[in-house]
Design a protein around this ligand. Structure first.
Ligand code: ZN
Length: 295
């Protein structure tokens, strides 16, 4: 079943919610990067956040980069998402193998670490990119992003993100939601939300119960107060291209390209997000060196 992003709002307009099912998206990342279970959960949560936060961008051709760098053994986690909700991502150590937490769950917080930052870059094309960052709180991603919204965007939010990994490393369920509290949210709507969030099962458990995004949204916002707005398809997508790789080579500068020509005569660049290899021969490198010298 294709992954979906669903938007909802309370009838009193106090809360808005974005919910995403991302099982296929995370499965694609798991296959592309050969992810072990803990990196699957960690990157999967960040990819899910990318789908949600990308979809919140107002500009049609904008994109958002989420960078999680907590100083832990998993290294840096990156997701880049477009405003259409399609996302790509990578993780520093895809084959990290660390013990489960005492409660039997994957230790995402321990893998990510808490000595570092959450970095959010919103590239809205027309203007300078918006850059926001906050110190990592728990490394569990959802709490860190809720803290980011509160500190950096002054928006009260509830964030839930989850990935359930099968024993064979395939992805059983993945998904998540972001609820944002509007400035004029009625007090009783907010109190009811808080109460429900305390007692509701996790997003993955609700997926396991067979609920789709709309049904999960109604569980979170309360059936009698919910309006489902729209639903769209989302997924994993890498937008790398020969031109993009040429720009990456040119950014190395003329001298660096010249030494590549002198040493090996050719170059291969592998995309971090999809592992596609781009080969450049001697003639192509000479052209790029010339172009880079001119710019
Ligand atoms: Zn790629």
């Amino acid at each position: 079943m294709a992954d979906k992003l669903t938007k909802g709002i309370t009838k009193d307009r106090g809360l808005r919610i974005y919910a995403a099912s991302t099982t296929e998206t995370v499965q694609t990342a798991q296959t592309l990067h050969g992810l072990f279970p803990t990196p699957s959960a960690a990157l999967g949560r960040v990819l899910t956040a990318g789908v949600l936060m990308g979809s919140m961008l107002k500009e049609d051709d904008g994109n958002i980069t989420i960078q999680i760098k907590g100083g832990g053994p998993i290294g840096t986690i990156i997701a880049v998402a477009g405003s259409d909700g399609f996302v790509k991502g990578c993780v520093g150590n895809p084959k990290l193998d660390i013990p489960l937490r005492p409660d039997g769950k994957l230790n995402v917080g321990g893998a990510v670490g808490t000595d570092g930052f959450v970095n959010i870059i919103k590239d809205l094309k027309l203007k300078e990119p918006y850059v926001g960052y906050v110190p990592i709180q728990t490394g569990e991603i959802a709490e860190d992003l809720a803290y980011y919204y509160q500190q950096s965007e002054q928006t009260a939010s509830a964030v839930g993100l989850g990935v359930l990994v099968n024993p064979d490393c395939s992805i059983k369920h993945a998904g998540g939601f972001i609820v944002q509290v509007m400035p004029d949210c009625p007090e009783k709507t907010l109190a009811a939300l808080e109460k429900r969030l305390q007692t509701l099962p996790t997003f993955n458990v609700m997926q396991e119960q067979g609920l789709d995004n709309s049904e999960i949204i109604m569980r979170i916002l309360g059936e009698e107060n919910t309006e489902i707005l729209e639903e769209s398809e989302v997924g994993y997508r890498c937008d790398c291209s020969t031109e993009r790789m040429e720009r990456a080579i040119m950014s190395l500068g003329r001298n660096e390209i010249q030494s590549m020509i002198d040493e090996t005569g050719d170059a291969e660049i592998v995309c971090h997000f999809c592992n596609k290899a781009y080969h450049f021969n001697r003639e192509q490198l000479i052209k790029l060196a010339e172009k880079s010298g001119r710019e």
